[in-house]
Design a binder for this molecule. Structure first.
Ligand SMILES: *Cc1c(COP(=O)(O)O)cnc(C)c1O
Ligand SMILES: [Zn+2]
Length: 422
């Protein structure tokens, strides 16, 4: 028994029943993304702030009554969700604002936020009796699907650009997925995966297509709100590629408002790389994202490189409806943010994750955040995902290790000559 009352098309509002097995509104093709609608009165009978406070399950499934699961669905054994959110007073001081919190999604089982969506996908696929699950990905969604699938023995086929960072490809291979390295970019991998899914009848986890991915990702937003005692921060900073995570954070806010758990809306800020700034362009120009053509994305932050953000309708609503902003940051600003966040909070972020903090710096500079505000930075994935970029970042920051002979005299000489890092 689930609390889902139906699905609605984000383009035309057409309603579909809870057991609808399509992915999109057929009248709007791949753009007709569906939003899962809940019977909040029914949710409130079993899920309340108090019941949550007493629930010892700290995984994402603590919110299962607010997710598209039936009571008989069993969840994968890997611990997904319950990631820490740290106060980073030195970052707050640096920025001149009241409070900065960093939520570390690098702590997920496959080291990115994508585990939340892929776990949801695997539950849904299994409840439909799917034989094979597939996705295209810049790397993290794939690693997440591979890992969660491995934990339950679910067959899966993965499409990633051949240029994906090695660590992400290594994860896929270790987990035993069937891996197609596509000679092309994420857009090409996505199109091929969509065709293959249709051809072979595979369960399709693709971002900005499968409506349930938002419902998995929103648990990060619910954790942020619950972690702050349901006192929303002034702003939440989220990096944006396909726009699915930001749509999920928005969904968490809408759910919490509908259930009366919060009484105001945090502004949601979407941060993009300047070489992959489709949403920023549309936000600035007021262009309709339904008709705006793809761009040619190029950024070092591979996880947010998207020619055409697949979840762009929900992604635009997240910022516009909450009074936030879309902002762009350069690759240099993104790389510089990796050591800044690491040194200022202890959280080790991959480029796409550090982009959210880089965006916070821009927002403060441009006067969008006032000095009394508390903000949350969602750090979406671990720095171990892309060590090559981290090495570039520390070298650009002027960080040099000492090279010493294995004796104390050599160490003493080097320490005496060493300039303290700035
Ligand atoms: C996928 C991903 C993003 C962007 O999420 P979208 O839903 O595509 O906007 C950001 N950071 C990391 C680490 C990711 O893996
Ligand atoms: Zn429609």
């Amino acid at each position: 028994m689930s609390n889902v009352s139906g699905l609605t098309c984000v383009v035309c509002g057409a309603a579909y029943p809870p057991d609808y097995e399509g992915y999109v509104c057929p009248d709007h093709g791949n753009e007709g993304i569906l939003d899962v609608v809940y019977d909040y009165e029914q949710v409130a009978q079993t899920l309340t702030k108090d019941s949550l406070a007493q629930n010892r399950d700290s995984t994402m499934w603590r919110y299962r009554d607010l997710m598209p699961l039936s009571s008989t669905d069993s969840v994968p054994p890997l611990t997904v969700g319950g990631t820490p959110m740290y106060d980073a007073p030195s970052l707050a001081t640096r920025l001149g604002i009241a409070r900065v919190l960093v939520k570390d999604e690098g702590r997920q089982p496959t080291a990115s936020l994508k585990d939340r969506a892929s776990a949801m996908a695997v539950v849904n696929a299994r409840s439909r009796g799917a034989d094979v699950v597939t996705t295209a990905s810049t790397g993290n969604a794939a690693a997440a699907l591979a890992g969660i699938s491995a934990s339950v023995g679910q067959k899966n086929v993965i499409f990633v650009p051949a240029s994906a960072p090695e660590a992400k490809i290594a994860q896929l291979l270790a987990y035993g997925s069937t891996v197609a390295l596509v000679d092309g970019n994420y857009g090409d991998a996505f199109e091929l995966c969509m065709e293959a899914a249709a051809e072979y009848g595979w369960y399709n986890r693709n971002t900005g297509y499968n409506p349930y991915m938002t419902e998995g990702k929103k648990t990060a937003g619910l954790e942020i709100l619950e972690g702050l005692g349901w006192e929303p921060p002034g702003a939440i900073f989220v990096s944006v590629g396909d726009g699915s995570i930001i749509g999920g954070v928005h969904k968490a806010v809408k759910d919490a408002l509908a259930l009366g758990w919060i009484d105001r809306t945090p502004r949601i800020f979407g941060i993009q790389a300047e070489g992959s700034d489709y949403m920023v362009q549309a936000f600035e120009s007021g262009e309709d994202v339904l008709t705006k053509p793809p761009i040619a994305a190029d950024t070092a932050a591979d996880s947010i490189s998207a020619d055409l953000p697949r979840d762009r309708i929900k992604a635009m609503a997240a910022v516009v409806d909450t009074g936030g902003q879309y902002l762009r940051v350069s690759d240099d600003q993104i790389l510089a943010a990796i050591p800044t966040v690491a040194r200022g909070s202890g959280v080790f972020a991959e480029p796409a994750a550090a982009a959210a903090y880089a965006g916070l710096e821009v927002a403060v500079d441009e006067g969008f955040i006032s000095s009394g505000e508390s903000v949350v930075v969602l750090s979406t994935g671990s720095g171990l995902k892309d060590v090559a970029s981290v090495m570039k970042a520390v070298s650009a920051a002027g960080t040099v290790p000492m090279h010493v002979a294995p004796n104390l005299a050599s160490l003493k000489t080097e320490l005496a000559n060493r300039k303290e890092p700035s």
